[in-house]
Structures are given as C-alpha cells and as structure tokens.
Design a protein around this ligand. Structure first.
Ligand code: AKB
Length: 358
C-alpha cells in the first residue's frame, strides 16, 4: 500500500520526529480503555501527553495514567475543538463505541456515536496533521461484527475468513465499524483531494478487527460475545450463569492483554510494511460449551445452563467461526501469546483468583 509520505520542511523537525506529541484516547473508561491506558502510560507517561476522553469521569486508578482528561460526547464538535486547542495531538486511539447488543437496542444513538463520533475524531486528526505538516496516527478497534454469514452452513463452510470475505454485517454496530474502516481509508488517502495545499497523507489509519475479548480485570457490557467473559467471571464468583447462546456457538476470542499488545504492535509497525489499513487477528475459537468445560477445570462448581436468546444467537451465528490473521502475521509479526489453554492457565485464572480472592 502506498505509504504515508509527507511534505515536511526538512529544516523544521516536528515534535513527533522525536516520537513526541500528544496521544488522545477516546473511550478511556471502557473495557479496552482500562487496559490500554495502563499500557500507554507505562510506555509514554512523563514523555508524552496522554489525553483521555470519555462520557464518564475517569476512575482514580485510570486518571493516574493520563496527563489530561475530558468528559463529554465524542460527536460534539465543541469538545473536539477544546481538545485540539489545548493539545498538540500526534496520535488518536479511538476506542469509544456502543457494542453490538446495546447498538441494536438504540441503533440511532449507535450510529451517531459510532460513525459521527468517529468522523469527528478523524477530522480532529486530519486538522492536527495539517497543522503539524505530517500524518497523525489513528488506531481503531474494528470488529468481527463487520462480517456476516447468512446461515450456519455458510458459517461452517467459510471457516477462517480473511479480511476481504463475507462483509455483510447484520448489526448496526457491525455496519458502523465497517463504515469507519472506509472513512479511515478515505482520510488516509483521499481527504480534501481537490485542494491544492493538501498533505499527501493526513491520517495514518490503522485498524484491527477484534474477536470476542476476555479480560480477568473487567467484564464487558453491551456485547454479544460477552457470554465468554461473563461465564468465566460468574464461575470465579461462585455464581450460576445462564448462557444466552447455544453450547455449539463458536466465534474467535482472545485475551485482553493480547488485544492491547496487538494494537500497540500495529501502531509501532513501519508504515511501509503494511499492505492494508485493516487487519484480522485471532488466538483461539472455542464453542460456548468448550469455554464452559475449560472454566469447570478450574472452578468445578461452575454452573452453566443454556437458554439461548434467539436474537442474540442470530447475531453470533452471523459471525465467522474464526478469522484468518495471516496478513497481520506477515506484515507486522502478529502472534498471540495466549492460546486457549494458556489463556486460562497463565493469565485468566491466576488474575481472576487475585481479583476475587478465590
Ligand atoms: C461485541 O460483542 O459486540 C464485541 C465485538 C465482538 O466486537 N465484543
């Protein structure tokens, strides 16, 4: 893919030539935001500004990771303007979104936040790039929800889908994320294409289509892959769990540490090594019953019963059984640290025992 070359004044060393400039994180109080802020501050705090944005006030433990924080709606132009006036932004990590289940309950809100909010953040990045005279890196967590397979037979036949297959999402969230992938490609390659003073590349857009994510530290809300983490956290707390999908429901998952590391590694990859803007990653693809059996290995009293919710089951059935992540492995050396067994033995179970004191 054509790299993001820029026309900078060779005598004017831009701030981020020395790897500086502010890092803006939206959705900072969310599940991935919690893990990402810790990783970014471990790497950059006291070297670069880390600016957090969320609808809610940051909790104290997260506030410790940031230089500045803003509370508000990312689709609000006034908020974006306040941030742009106060900070020299060189990277945007745009995590704020309504996930698949919640997005189906309030589709117009999901559209506004997931698409118009993202467009606002892309504009902020583009304006910053124009001021700085060089691209602004834009990291975007997309999702397997952008895929859509019409039947269970088609799902099983499709197997591990690559980035260019089965892109017919059936949720507002999946449609939104797919739209932002295209917006990112536009801002990266064609933004203001009729202007005479445009930068060759304003936004260095990079995205990963995440599978279901399981964290020992947080429990997701509003997702349709939530049955995986919910089942695990319920068992660790000695609670019964009613699973909203069938035992045979199968989609890809990964651990939160692997998810955050994949985004950090994509961010650091040399632009010239990337052959696309959006990548699959994958780690393991268990059925719901295989997750339940693995949980029982560590929490024998785990009590899972299956009462599928037809509407949520239909969403999960539309997502692929697994994703082909060979492009990420080839272009930027992606490799999961945790497979299904080690995810539990090396990360999830030790961490959740510490969390719940079990
Ligand atoms: C969801 O379930 O909506 C998300 C996702 C798979 O992107 N966790």
């Amino acid at each position: 893919m054509q790299g993001c070359s820029t026309m900078t004044d060779s005598n004017h060393v831009r701030a981020d030539d020395r790897g500086t400039g502010g890092i803006l994180v939206t959705g900072a109080d969310g599940e991935m935001g919690h893990a990402l802020l810790a990783a970014l501050s471990h790497r950059f705090l006291n070297k670069r500004e880390i600016i957090a944005v969320d609808l809610r006030e940051l909790t104290d433990d997260r506030d410790a990771h940031v230089s500045a924080s803003y509370t508000g709606d990312i689709s609000d132009p006034a908020l974006a303007e306040r941030i742009a006036l106060a900070h020299d932004i060189s990277e945007v990590w745009h995590l704020a979104a309504l996930l698949s289940t919640r997005g189906e309950r309030v589709p117009e809100l999901a559209l506004r936040v997931n698409v118009m909010g993202s467009a606002q953040m892309l504009k902020l990045a583009a304006d910053s790039a124009t001021r700085r005279g060089r691209p602004v890196k834009f990291l975007f967590p997309s999702t397997i929800a952008i895929y859509g397979v019409p039947t269970l037979e088609a799902k099983r036949a499709a197997g591990r889908v690559n980035e260019d297959q089965c892109m017919e999402p059936i949720t507002m969230y999946g449609v939104n994320k797919r739209a932002v992938e295209e917006l990112g490609r536009y801002y990266g390659k064609h933004y203001r294409q009729l202007s005479t003073d445009r930068l060759e590349c304003t936004v260095d857009f990079r995205a990963i289509r995440f599978p279901g994510i399981i964290s020992a530290e947080t429990i997701p809300t509003g997702g349709t892959s939530d049955y995986g983490p919910e089942m695990f956290h319920a068992a660790a707390q000695g609670k019964a769990y009613t699973c909203f999908v069938r035992p045979d429901a199968r989609i890809p998952f990964m651990t939160m540490p692997d998810a955050v590391r994949s985004l950090m590694e994509l961010a650091q990859a040399p632009r010239e090594s990337l052959t696309r803007e959006t990548y699959n990653v994958s780690a393991f693809a268990p059925s719901a019953e295989e997750i339940a059996a693995k949980v029982r290995e560590f929490f024998p009293k785990s009590n899972v019963r299956y009462v599928p919710t037809p509407e949520r089951q239909r969403i999960v059935d539309s997502w692929p059984e697994d994703c082909d992540d060979s492009a990420a492995r080839r272009d930027w050396g992606w490799k999961p640290e945790h497979d299904f067994d080690s995810a539990f033995s090396q990360y999830l179970v030790p961490s959740i025992r510490a969390r719940y004191g079990v």
